[in-house]
Design a protein around this ligand. Structure first.
Ligand code: SF4
Length: 373
């Protein structure tokens, strides 16, 4: 997953790696320093690091660029002076990236294969350090990976910190759910999780054959289904996710029926169009189907769920590829840094309500977008 980029090179800086909060006025600066946090203070003439009281730059262009950020935004300042965004108070897309590793190897994963096998993890102490910088009134935070629970039970130290600091924040945990086949993980999660937590788990097929072929991980279907069952029994709020690809498009109705029959007490089901980067791009012949074909199947499955009282959301579908009467199910789900619109979108009357297309999927849409006029 990419973070919305804001990178500045402060070449004068030669110190240690630091997590810093931004301040644009004296009150914010004092508040942050009083709370023991490192601060980058931006005035009209200078960028300065506190409490070190060190000038980082007087470059007008850099100051201007940073003025697009906000008080209390969180950045990472590297040893080479690279200042990069971690948390943006004006966005609802903020996330903690726990690890790139995953115990599944989904054929349509937007991350590349090597990152799931060899990618790094963030130490829990570092995650907590970042969380200390994030204002306690943050509206929404996501915990993601890879598979975040792969770092083992250490993750609960981080989750407990989040629970204690962020009383009103909504948390979304993105996981393949396999770890929750183990009772003690379910128990530890319910003992530790913040009050407003939602776990989002993907189901790729209505049976082990289809699901495990997509995850390329034997027994993953059985573990995920068992995990979902145990979490629901323990009262955890769950979103189930179905990513539509060529490999499961004919099975969508069966997945919907599985959910109706076994998991009808989920919060909602989101049916998702693919992001064609990483493994998805490498495996495009096996996985890509047109938006319209995916949307048609998604709507059929949605009808089954809705008729049975289960809420549905459609993620990543441009409005013009979905029948108009189902637009109310469509969410603007692509983050600002990744969203793109085609040339035809300039004349489209619904552009403001439309979630557009992933940058990485743009080259696949092949004339499917059609301005609504
Ligand atoms: S033409 Fe563009 S803006 Fe309009 S619905 Fe399609 S993707 Fe969205």
């Amino acid at each position: 997953m990419e973070r919305g980029e804001m990178i500045i090179n402060l070449e004068k800086y030669k110190g240690k790696f630091k997590t810093v909060s931004l301040a644009f006025d004296e009150d914010t600066k004092t508040d942050l320093i009083t709370n023991g946090l490192d601060v980058v203070f931006i005035s009209k003439d200078e960028i300065r690091l506190y409490p070190d009281n060190l000038s980082l730059s007087e470059d007008r262009n850099m100051i201007e660029k940073l003025y697009k950020a906000h008080n209390y935004d969180v950045y990472e300042l590297c040893e080479n002076g690279r200042l990069s965004k971690y948390y943006d108070g004006s966005s609802i897309d903020n996330y903690f990236f726990v690890t790139a590793k995953c115990n599944s190897n989904c054929i349509m994963c937007p991350s590349p294969d090597y990152s799931r096998q060899q990618g790094g993890s963030t130490h829990v102490d570092h995650l907590i350090k970042i969380a200390k910088h994030i204002p306690s009134d943050a509206s929404h935070l996501t915990i993601t990976g890879g598979e975040p629970f792969l770092i083992g039970r250490e993750i609960f130290r981080f989750i407990a910190f989040l629970r204690d600091k962020f009383e009103y924040t909504e948390f979304l945990f993105l996981t393949n759910g396999r770890i929750f086949a183990i009772d003690s993980y379910v128990q530890q999660f319910i003992e530790t999780c913040p009050q407003r937590s939602l776990i989002a788990i993907p189901i790729h097929g209505s049976n082990a054959k289809i699901h495990d072929t997509i995850t390329q991980a034997e027994a993953s279907f059985d573990q995920t289904v068992l995990g979902i069952r145990k979490l629901l029994k323990a009262g955890v709020h769950i979103e189930l996710r179905i990513v539509v690809s060529k490999m499961n498009v004919k099975d969508l109705n069966n997945i919907a029926l599985l959910i109706v029959n076994q998991f009808s007490n989920v919060e909602y089901v989101s049916i998702i169009a693919m992001e064609m980067t990483g493994s998805a791009r490498v495996n495009q012949e096996k996985v890509w189907i047109s938006y319209r074909e995916a949307a048609k199947a998604a709507i059929e499955a949605s009808m089954i769920l809705l008729k049975n009282g289960i809420d549905v959301k459609l993620y990543n579908f441009p409005l013009c590829t979905v029948k108009r009467e189902f637009w109310t199910l469509c969410e603007k789900s692509i983050s600002t840094s990744k969203v793109r619109y085609g040339n035809v979108c300039h004349n489209c009357k619904v552009k403001k309500s439309c979630g557009g297309v992933f940058a990485g999927t743009m080259s696949f849409e092949e004339g499917e977008l059609c301005a609504v006029i």
